[in-house]
Design a protein around this ligand. Structure first.
Ligand code: SF4
Ligand code: SF4
Length: 390
């Protein structure tokens, strides 16, 4: 969606001594290579204000928010750190849509989020939790697109993006409608599902916000396997950010930072990584990751969920993800901790090895073997537990 008459067009603020900036698709804006996802801000408001303020000081000029994070408090927690400092800064808002969405309701939501954040306009507003299947709700007469067009013409919203978790192919179809200026999708060393979609976005001039660049903290542990594969002797979080930003089609890596120290460390990494992505570096890193996949051998779980529900309640896709992170990427410590975090009513101990999941899996994943190995990793052996009583 191109801007026709936005009243609030201004260049973004830059601090080149502390941060690198990259073209944000065809918008003409230069966005900080590190951006801040505000979905993890906690209940300590002084700490929230400090982390947002520190991000601004270090040149971050993109903050992603929505009213729907943090139990409805995300934007309330973000606003104090931004107060009086939003000139030249993108503070994006976001709202999901559905069959009952109307132009009136969506407009009200935009205004409500502006109010909470203390903004006069959104440089970016995102259609959240979006998928190709929701396109009719966006396009219908009196629907969300009408609201966005009016808001854009009034200068209330300058650019429109989408974010969600649809298939890579469906998101390419969304991009090719030409309706969107940005796309926000997860992308990291261990989640390259949308790599082809990101490439297509680059070709179409759509800005790419890579969310979860350290995979929600999974990449916050050491991995000699990843070091060797990538040819980098760096902490895993640094390698993770470097990988995402080596992709020349990524505009910004959006990290859910929760402390000033985290912002400082990430800003330092991003600054050291250089200004632009390098196709050559990126291809080299991808080749290293492909070797790991090949060494992993077993076919990779695509999280399609065809194996679900498990009759015993096991969260199979989550465990296949943990198994891959451990076996393919050498992330044993964090995998052990994350196994402990799986709720008891979805845990591996419930598996009775019935094999139903393997019959339904289109990728022939050896689920039972993987679950046995995960149980051994936890040091609890591979014993079968009794079935729950009806
Ligand atoms: S083998 Fe285990 S995980 Fe698979 S369906 Fe049976 S109980 Fe569930
Ligand atoms: S184990 Fe197979 S069926 Fe289940 S989510 Fe993974 S790929 Fe899909």
């Amino acid at each position: 969606m191109s801007v026709v008459s936005a009243a609030n067009c201004e260049a973004l603020a830059q601090k080149p001594e502390a941060m690198n900036y990259r073209a944000f698709g065809r918008t003409g804006l230069m966005v900080s290579a590190l951006s801040m996802g505000c979905m993890r801000l906690g209940e300590d408001q002084e700490a929230n204000t400090r982390v947002v303020a520190r991000a601004l000081e270090l040149g971050v000029n993109y903050f992603e928010t929505t009213r729907w994070y943090c139990g409805g408090q995300c934007q309330h927690r973000t606003a104090p750190g931004l107060a009086g400092k939003t000139r030249g800064v993108i503070v994006s808002g976001k709202c999901g849509i559905g069959p009952d969405s109307t132009a009136y309701g969506f407009r009200q939501e935009i205004e409500r989020q502006l109010d909470i954040l203390g903004l006069t306009h959104f440089k970016f507003f995102q259609v959240g939790w979006f998928s190709w299947g929701m396109m009719p709700h966006l396009l219908k007469r009196g629907g969300v697109l009408d609201a966005l067009r009016v808001a854009r013409d009034e200068g209330l919203v300058q650019f429109v993006g989408f974010t969600g978790h649809d298939t890579a192919e469906n998101f390419i179809k969304c991009l090719e409608t030409g309706l969107f200026d940005s796309m926000t999708v997860p992308y990291s060393l261990i989640n390259r599902t949308y790599e082809g979609t990101i490439r297509r976005a680059g070709e179409l001039g759509v800005g790419v916000v890579a969310m979860c660049p350290v995979a929600g903290g999974t990449l916050a542990c050491e991995s000699s396997v990843l070091k060797e594969a990538l040819g980098l002797d760096l902490p895993t979080t640094e390698m993770a950010l470097r990988f995402v930003l080596a992709n020349p089609h990524v505009s910004t890596a959006c990290s859910g930072m929760t402390s000033a120290g985290m912002v400082e460390q990430n800003a330092c990494t991003v600054k050291a990584a250089g200004v632009a992505g390098s196709s050559e570096d990126h291809a080299r890193m991808c080749a290293g990751l492909e070797k790991l996949r090949a060494a992993f051998g077993a076919r990779l779980c695509t999280a399609c969920r065809y194996c679900m529900p498990c009759p015993r309640g096991v969260d199979i896709p989550r465990h296949m993800e943990l198994h891959r992170n451990w076996k393919a990427f050498g992330l044993a410590d964090i995998t052990r901790r994350q196994l402990d975090g799986v709720p008891a009513d979805r845990a591996i101990e419930l598996c009775n090895a019935c094999g139903e999941c393997e019959k339904k899996c289109p990728n022939q994943i050896p689920v039972r073997k993987a679950l046995r190995e995960l149980r051994r990793l936890r040091g609890k052996g591979a014993k079968t537990v009794a079935a729950p009583q009806a």
